[in-house]
Write a protein that binds this ligand. Structure first.
Ligand SMILES: *[C@@H]1O[C@H](CO)[C@@H](O)[C@H](O)[C@H]1NC(C)=O
Ligand SMILES: *[C@@H]1O[C@H](CO)[C@@H](O)[C@H](O)[C@H]1NC(C)=O
Ligand SMILES: [Cu+2]
Length: 150
């Protein structure tokens, strides 16, 4: 049963270890809508490369557009080469690079009414998110070095 115990240990360790990536539900239960202070929501949160943002809203009522800093201040989207806004209502964004990131809703006056989120993403830290060793080759359970006979 050494293998079984080892696998359970791995599972427990994986569950207890600090998460390698965090999934943030923007606005928590409120989701992405008018009337939520997303500056307050983001306060105190540490966003890191590899984390994800989930924007939840009724599709067709809002959208999510990544903009630059000046456009964020103006609640505009002037970048003609920027990708189109996300519109699914279930929009997952993976934070793939460090730095400041700005998101707005481009519907009517939603942005000026508060549908704007700015975050600062820092580099990933901690253990690299590589697969856990040991799945393919569990240890023998013998902690002493094996002495080869001579
Ligand atoms: C949103 O929250 C931030 C930080 O708590 C605060 O400084 C700001 O005044 C709030 N904005 C509004 C419109 O309430
Ligand atoms: C416009 O969008 C493109 C594509 O996302 C981006 O590479 C570029 O930096 C943006 N320009 C500005 C001024 O934000
Ligand atoms: Cu909106």
């Amino acid at each position: 049963m050494a293998l079984r115990a080892f696998l359970i240990t791995v599972f427990v360790a994986a569950a207890i270890a600090p998460a390698l990536a965090t999934n943030y539900m923007v606005g928590d239960d409120a989701g992405w809508k008018v009337g939520v202070n997303y500056t307050a929501w983001a306060e105190g949160k540490e966003f890191r490369v590899g984390d994800t943002l989930m924007f939840m809203y009724k599709s067709g009522s809002h959208n999510v557009m990544k903009v630059n800093g000046p456009d964020f201040q103006k609640c505009a989207s002037s970048n003609a080469t920027a990708p189109p806004p996300l519109t699914s209502g279930n929009d997952l964004i993976t934070l793939s690079s460090p730095g400041r990131k700005w998101y707005i809703c481009t519907f009517a006056d939603h942005c000026t009414k508060g549908m704007k989120l700015v975050i600062t993403v820092s580099a990933a830290e901690g253990p690299s998110p590589t697969p856990m060793p040991g799945w393919a080759a569990p240890p023998s359970g013998n902690s002493a070095p094996v002495k080869s006979p001579h």
